[in-house]
Design a protein around this ligand. Structure first.
Ligand SMILES: Cc1cc2nc3c(=O)[nH]c(=O)nc-3n(C[C@H](O)[C@H](O)[C@H](O)COP(=O)(O)OP(=O)(O)OC[C@H]3O[C@@H](n4cnc5c(N)ncnc54)[C@H](O)[C@@H]3O)c2cc1C
Ligand code: HEM
Length: 422
């Protein structure tokens, strides 16, 4: 808890810090990288270039100060958990908090100048260390649970299969190259993959595990990020697509991630767009294997059926469920089809209908319209896709009466939506 003395100072200065938070974090990263160039490889340089990481850090610090001051916002626990899982995945170590703290506080001084008296400095230092100790504790717990050694988080894994999912998406099957057993994981979790780039430098990225736990390998499914509008092509996805073949070794960290399938029998609604399908396939497969009676509605939006990665797998897994409905929205090439459930109750002999539609698939042209999807009562929803898609889908679910606590989302980048109002 924040001391009474600091609470008064933080309360009085929170507004000005919030107003300048992105400026502060923008000053923080270059300072820290100049003093510690060895940290450059740890941070996603794409997120540095686009400014997303500085926004995420600024939003988190402001939200945490509000939480300490007893603000009425949504619970801070999920925000903290998300950051901690990401940190563990990247091997962030407790001693590195001193470096971040030193440069973050220095950046506050640099941006706010004389307004940062000794008293103000000390009060925000206290905020920082309360946040840091909460994260270090959570990261310790997660590391212990997943068997991660923060001093040696990266282990060599061998690529055992490489499969094209669409023209732009490739799946890689991975197994430990050493004697370690395959780790267990929860549907919805991700690993980080670190690669040495051809031009020098090293970068890590997260990839959701795109298959249910229980197979003899882990699988990731990677979309190639093209260059567009003057922005360069994605470095790690391009490297994986262009360079990595069967037999190659990749540095991989243990599975982590807080957006995982809740146990229980309540119906599931899995909503994804584009490559956001990957955690949904793991959740769907896990449900088909262990709870085939559990009703599932899968909703997916994509450019066309041909761009829909793992589409046929989704249909095949759906056919193992008793009560499965698939709703697809394609910008083009949708045709039309509507029929009953795809699951065994619908008598799947041939899961295919006309024009490549699956039996029981409701296909639509255009952008996702959740109002057209019959939702089961008491559903629990999982979302994954770009931020505007997530916002619309979440708003649609709330309108339809799904409570905020039953909606979880995964974002394939820094969470710029943390603390969204219920
Ligand atoms: C939890 C999680 C799970 C994920 N799961 C998956 C998954 O299952 N499958 C998948 O494909 N991806 C997934 N991702 C996304 C993945 O981690 C990478 O972000 C993605 O592959 C892009 O990485 P990259 O190195 O290819 O692109 P980067 O090089 O990081 O580039 C990203 C974007 O930044 C832009 N950019 C880079 N530098 C600049 C610059 N100087 N100026 C302007 N713009 C710039 C690029 O043009 C590009 O649009 C996941 C992410 C997270 C956080
Ligand atoms: C109190 C201190 C810290 C706070 C509040 C904080 C906050 C955050 C936040 C909000 C994110 C984005 C999470 C997301 O993906 O949504 C993040 C990611 C990250 N953090 Fe921290 N962090 C702290 C300390 C550290 C330390 C000590 C290190 C190691 C030097 C570190 C390294 C990273 C890295 C490498 C990422 C991923 C960056 C990216 O993908 O662009 N953080 N952190």
């Amino acid at each position: 808890m924040l001391s009474e003395r600091s609470a008064a100072v933080v309360g009085a200065t929170a507004g000005v810090v919030a107003e300048h938070a992105v400026e502060i974090t923008a000053a923080f990263y270059p300072r820290m990288f100049a003093a510690h160039p060895e940290l450059l490889h740890l941070f996603n340089q794409g997120n540095q270039a686009t400014g997303e990481q500085r926004q995420a850090l600024a939003a988190a610090v402001v939200a945490y100060a509000g939480h300490l001051l007893g603000g009425s916002g949504p619970s801070f626990a999920p925000v903290l958990r998300r950051i901690a899982h990401k940190h563990v995945s990247l091997g962030v170590r407790p001693e590195q908090y001193t470096i971040v703290g030193q440069h973050l506080l220095a950046a506050v001084g640099e941006v706010l100048g004389d307004a940062v008296t000794r008293e103000v400095h000390d009060a925000w230092d206290e905020v920082y260390w309360l946040f840091a100790t909460a994260l270090i504790a959570e990261e310790g717990r997660i590391s212990q649970r997943v068997g991660a050694d923060p001093q040696r988080v990266w282990r060599p894994w061998r690529v055992t299969a490489r499969t094209a999912a669409t023209a732009e998406v490739v799946s890689f099957d991975l197994v430990p190259a050493g004697p370690e057993p395959l780790p267990t994981y929860l549907a919805g979790q991700y690993i980080s993959v670190a690669v040495d780039l051809p031009g020098g430098g090293r970068q890590a990225r997260q990839y959701s595990l795109s298959r249910a736990p229980g197979a003899g390998s882990l699988r990731i499914t990677v979309r190639r990020v093209p260059g567009a509008g003057g922005a360069p092509a994605g470095v790690v996805s391009s490297h994986l697509h262009d360079q990595v073949k069967v037999g190659d070794i990749l540095d991989v960290s243990p599975p982590t991630g807080d957006v995982t399938l809740a146990t229980g029998a309540d119906p599931l609604v899995l909503i994804s767009a584009g490559i956001g399908v990957t955690p949904m396939i793991a959740m769907l497969g896990h449900t088909a294997r262990l709870q085939p009676e559990r009703p599932v509605v899968a909703v997916h939006a994509d450019r066309s059926p041909d761009h829909h990665a793992l589409r046929s797998e989704m249909i095949e897994i759906g056919a193992l469920l008793r009560d499965f409905h698939l709703h697809t929205w394609y910008e083009s090439g949708a045709g039309s089809s509507t029929a009953a459930g795809i699951g065994r109750a619908a008598g799947v002999g041939s899961a295919r209908g006309a024009a490549g539609t699956a039996r029981g698939e409701s296909r639509h042209t255009g952008a996702l319209d959740l109002d057209a999807v019959p939702l089961p009562d008491g559903a629990r929803a999982y979302l994954c896709g770009p931020l505007p898609f997530l916002r619309d889908a979440r708003a649609g679910l709330l309108r339809r009466g799904v409570p905020a606590q039953r909606i979880r989302y995964e974002i394939f980048g820094p969470d710029l939506w943390a603390g969204a109002p219920a």
